[in-house]
Ligand binder design. Structure first.
Ligand SMILES: [Fe+2]
Length: 287
C-alpha cells in the first residue's frame, strides 16, 4: 500500500510518502494516533479496500491474542515469584515471557494497554509488572537500545515488584488510608525484592538496581535511599517512568484509572522527579 500522507497529532512518521509492504505495518499505523491516511491506490501493490475492511476484525484478533498472552505471562510470572521465594528461580525462564510481551505491545500498543488495565486484586501485581515490562521494552526500543539490552530491561520490569510478595494482600489492596506501619511495609518492598533477587543465580546489576531503586526520584524525594540526579542510572529512570505511568493509568483499590494524556501531563508537570525526555518519549508512543 502506498501512503501519500498521514494525519497525526504527534510526529510519529518521519517520511510523508512511503510504501507499506506488510499487514504488520498497517496494524502499526492503526495503533498510532493517526486520524487519517491518504492511500494512493495506483501505486499500491495490494487491494487496499479489502485490507481496510478487515481492520476491525484484525483488532479483535489482536485483542484476543493479547488477552491470551497476558494470561499466560501472568501464570509464568506467578510461578517465577514463587520460585524466587523457594530459591528455585531460573531467570532465563523469563526471557521468552518478555519476548512475547514485547511482540504484543509492538503490534498494537493501545490494545495492549487496554487489556493490561483490567486487573483483579488477586493478580494486580503480576499484570502491573508485565505491563511495566512491556512499556519498558517499547520505550527502550524507541530509544535505540540493542535487542539484548531490551530483553534484559523486560526481565527487570517483570521482577521489579517481587518484594511485594512479602506484603500481605490486605495491605496491598487496602482502600482506606494506610497507617504509618503499613506505609512503611509498602516502602520496604524495593529493598526486600533486592535482597531476594540478590540470592538468585545470574541476576544482573541492572535487574537488581531496577528492583531496588525504581521508587527513587530525580529530586531525591524517593525511597529507599533518597538518591538524586545522576546517581540514578538511565535504566532505572526508564523503569520509574513506565512504573508510574502504568500505576496512574490503572484503576487501584483506592483510585480510578487516569487517561494516558492526564498521566503524561502530570508526570511532565512533576519533571523535578521524572526524566522529562523519557516522559515525552513515552507520551509520543500512546498519544
Ligand atoms: Fe514498586
Amino acid at each position: 500500500m502506498f501512503i501519500e500522507t498521514v494525519e497525526c497529532p504527534v510526529t510519529e512518521f518521519q517520511a510523508r510518502r512511503f510504501l507499506i509492504q506488510s499487514e504488520e505495518a498497517v496494524r502499526a499505523i492503526l495503533a498510532t494516533s493517526a486520524t487519517h491516511a491518504l492511500v494512493n491506490q495506483q501505486q499500491s501493490t495490494i487491494d487496499v479496500r479489502a485490507l481496510m475492511d478487515g481492520a476491525p476484525q484484525r483488532r479483535e484478533e489482536e485483542q484476543q491474542r493479547t488477552v491470551e498472552a497476558v494470561s499466560a505471562a501472568t501464570q509464568s510470572l506467578r510461578d517465577s515469584f514463587t520460585a524466587v521465594q523457594s530459591g528455585t528461580f531460573e531467570i532465563d525462564s523469563l526471557g521468552p515471557v518478555a519476548g512475547e510481551l514485547s511482540e504484543r505491545i509492538e503490534a498494537a500498543p493501545d490494545v495492549f494497554l487496554e487489556v493490561t488495565r483490567l486487573k483483579t486484586k488477586d493478580e494486580g501485581t503480576y499484570v502491573h509488572s508485565l505491563a511495566v515490562s512491556a512499556l519498558m521494552m517499547q520505550l527502550a526500543r524507541s530509544l535505540g537500545y540493542e535487542d539484548e539490552a531490551i530483553r534484559e530491561l523486560g526481565v527487570a520490569g517483570l521482577l521489579h515488584d517481587v518484594g511485594k510478595l512479602m506484603i500481605p494482600n490486605a495491605v496491598l489492596n487496602k482502600t482506606d488510608r494506610l497507617d504509618a506501619n503499613e506505609r512503611q511495609m509498602i516502602r520496604n518492598h524495593p529493598e526486600l525484592g533486592y535482597r531476594m533477587l540478590r540470592q538468585q543465580a545470574n541476576v544482573s546489576d541492572i535487574v537488581l538496581d531496577i528492583c531496588r531503586f525504581h521508587h527513587e526520584a530525580l529530586d531525591g524525594s524517593g525511597y529507599p535511599l533518597g538518591l538524586s540526579g545522576q546517581k540514578i542510572r538511565a535504566e532505572v529512570r526508564l523503569a520509574t517512568v513506565c512504573d508510574v505511568f502504568e500505576a496512574l493509568t490503572s484503576a487501584r483499590p483506592y483510585k480510578k484509572a487516569w487517561s494516558t494524556k492526564d498521566a503524561i501531563n502530570w508526570m511532565f508537570d512533576h519533571s523535578q522527579m521524572f526524566d522529562k525526555k523519557l516522559v515525552l518519549r513515552l507520551g509520543s508512543m500512546f498519544s
